[in-house]
Write a protein that binds this ligand. Structure first.
Ligand code: ACO
Ligand code: LMR
Length: 610
């Protein structure tokens, strides 16, 4: 690349700071320019390495993110631009280190408020090394059809409107970044557009000056005319006057110095930029405009006819054959609209992936099936009520909620020897955390342990609803070779009855309106225990038949709802919830006891060798 060109269609930048929006805007610009490679090589984020996700046209890409500039430069030796989004505090050291990197030619500093002393050091260092600093306090600049710094030129609509997807013949430089966007538009309407546009920033000591860029443009044969927007304050514009006078600038220059309105104020006014204040007559906009005009620049009468003057010079050059007609691209790639924006504008619709009917947290406070969280407490809801709201979308009568709570209490634990507790204990001793250890315990709940509720409810319901006698049921199951779910226990028996079952039966007899399924199950138990003492109605079986009785007799469930609960197998949820309490207890107990890794003794294993 020539020294007067900062950017081409292959230029890649290192973006200092994880500025997702600016990066996306750069890539969208790349896409409309039909760049083959993204203009962002990588990102620097001192806090975290990894990747930044962004769109390059329709494709999603991952841009590498490094913690240090050293690493970024090493991995992306082709990147010769640094766009420095670091704060005004760190802009100096980061720019200094970027200047020292061999491959870096251009650095844009976005931060406002960099101390002037530091700015002067940066400018001097850049000059010494033959590098270009754009800024501080700027949006940067743009090379249409090739490369764009960060947020320069604004939205994609702006970019297309000002035809920035292809180069024109005008070299433009201003102090202000906001005015850069405005001027891109003015120039596009009055000529074939810009070849390069730079905003040097509004500080007193910018890293590069208006003249620096005008001289680059002068040297660039692709640029046919110059447009510059100066500002009151400082003497920088007189250097341009000198350059015009000495013939360093030969190309036609249309230039306006803003701030002519300062004279209507009685005292010297500080405009938006740090440098925008006239401290002497020479620094006023009027004086500068006059001197420029005298030196040969085309100076409009006011900002209003800036565009006209640009058009005038452009048309003259065209007539002289110095500017050829630009070829407009056949088509400009359309940047796909972001999904969120399209949704907000009602342009697309999409089926939802999840349907939820039990709770909602979009309001000020969550609701549990239409009951506000605060009402749960104001109105004295119990944990049983919460379970029935979230599981069955109902508020049940008090005795029913109480029964749910009894279920949770009764199933909470049955000592460390049972499958679930054992697994949870072994996992805890293997160093697993609560979530993992609890999961390994819960996974044991199934048809033989704890999870017999589902099948017990299915079989007993079928037997009762199809009017089988208990004997027919037992014989039928025997004939099918199926153990009756809910019957039988490893240690409990007629002689050693299960207290939990006693408590549940007693409560149901007292509070339930009907106990049709329980009565049937007890008749089955009579038959099975006659065969063997341990074939009792176990806790799973008892809960299963009592929930059938509760659902049918409390008047809150339809037949269809009960069928769904039974057929889909919702009832095991009670054991899962209840037993989780105990399993967590066992896990915490193991942590507390600091028991080491569990290893099963060999003599407790029968080794089978074929
Ligand atoms: N229905 C009918 N007969 C049975 C049942 C049953 N549920 N369970 C055992 N038997 C019979 C067997 O056919 C066998 O008869 P046989 O001597 O004529 O061959 C005899 O009882 C012994 O069988 P085992 O398999 O040795 O019984 P064990 O006492 O080891 O089984 C168990 C206990 C695992 C609970 C068993 O009864 C069973 O699988 N029940 C169904 C599942 C169930 O309800 N599990 C929940 C248990 S409670 C809880 O986990 C909280
Ligand atoms: C339990 O509730 O875990 C027990 O009834 C099971 C068992 O094996 O004792």
């Amino acid at each position: 690349m020539n020294t007067y060109e900062l950017f081409n269609e292959k230029t890649q930048a290192i973006v200092f700071g994880n500025q997702k929006k600016a990066i996306q805007r750069m890539l969208d610009f790349d896409y409309v320019c039909k760049r083959k490679t993204p203009s962002v090589a990588c990102v620097i984020n001192p806090n975290r390495a990894g990747y930044v996700k962004a769109f390059f046209g329709k494709k999603e890409i991952l841009i590498p993110m490094y913690k240090t500039l050293d690493e970024a430069v090493k991995k992306h030796s082709n990147a010769d631009v640094v766009i420095n989004f670091s704060s005004f505090r760190s802009a100096f050291p980061t720019t200094m280190s970027a200047l020292k990197k061999k491959g870096i030619r251009t650095i844009a500093i976005i931060a406002e408020g960099v101390p002037e002393r530091k700015e002067r050091i940066l400018a001097a260092e850049a000059k010494k090394l033959g590098k270009v600093i754009i800024g501080p306090a700027t949006v940067g600049g743009i090379a249409p059809g090739r490369f764009k710094i960060g947020n320069a030129a604004g939205t994609i609509e702006n970019i297309i409107g000002s035809k920035l997807y292809r180069p024109g013949s005008v070299g433009f430089v201003s102090k202000s970044g906001g005015m850069l966007n405005e001027m891109l538009n003015v120039i596009a309407r009055n000529s074939d557009g810009i070849y390069e546009g730079i905003a040097i920033g509004g500080d007193v000591y910018p890293g590069s000056t208006l003249l620096d860029h005008l001289l680059r443009f002068e040297a660039n044969p692709k640029i046919k005319m110059l447009v510059c927007l100066g500002e009151l304050g400082g003497l920088e514009e007189y250097k341009i006057v000198d350059a015009l006078k000495s013939g360093k600038i030969k190309k036609p220059l249309v230039m306006w110095v803003t701030g002519t309105c300062a004279k209507v104020f009685k005292t010297s006014v500080q405009f938006g930029h740090a440098g925008a204040k006239a401290s002497s007559e020479l620094e006023t906009a009027d004086a500068k405009n006059k001197a420029l005009k005298k030196a040969g620049a085309v100076v409009p009468n006011s900002f209003d006819d800036f565009g006209e003057k640009i058009a005038m010079v452009y048309n003259k050059l065209k007539k002289q054959g110095k500017i050829k007609e630009v070829k407009e691209p056949m088509e400009i790639p359309k940047v796909p609209m972001d999904y969120k924006k399209a949704i907000a504008q009602g342009l697309v619709r999409k089926p939802t992936n999840i349907v939820s009917s039990i709770s909602d947290d979009r309001g000020e406070e969550p609701t549990y099936y239409n009951v506000l969280m605060s009402d749960l407490f104001k109105k004295g809801y119990s944990i049983g009520d919460v379970i029935s709201l979230l599981w069955f979308k109902k508020k049940l009568p008090k005795y029913a909620s109480k029964f749910i709570e009894m279920t949770i209490m009764i199933t909470a634990d049955h000592g460390p020897a049972v499958s679930g507790a054992h697994n949870a204990i072994v996992a805890a001793r293997a160093g697993k955390d609560i979530t993992a250890a609890l999961s390994s315990g819960i996974l044991t709940i199934g048809p033989r342990f704890g999870g017999a509720l589902n099948d017990a409810a299915r079989y007993f319901k079928h037997a009762v609803d199809s009017r089988m006698t208990p004997r027919e049921f037992v014989d039928d199951m025997k004939a099918k070779g199926i153990y009756i779910p809910g019957i039988g226990h490893r240690i409990k028996s007629v002689k050693n009855p299960d207290k939990r079952v006693e408590i549940l039966k007693k409560y149901a007899r007292k509070h339930f309106k009907k106990t049709k399924y329980l009565d049937f199950a007890l008749k089955v138990e009579k038959i099975t225990t006659a065969k063997k003492g341990n074939l009792i109605l176990n806790v799973d079986g008892c809960l299963a038949v009592l929930f059938l009785d509760l659902f049918e007799s409390c008047g809150k469930f339809t037949k269809e709802e009960i069928n769904e609960i039974v057929n889909e197998g919702y009832l095991n949820a009670f054991f899962v919830l209840g037993r989780s309490i105990g399993m967590i207890g066992h896990i915490l107990d193991q942590y507390r006891l600091r028991q080491g890794l569990y290893r099963h003794p060999w003599d407790d294993i029968l080794y089978l060798k074929d």
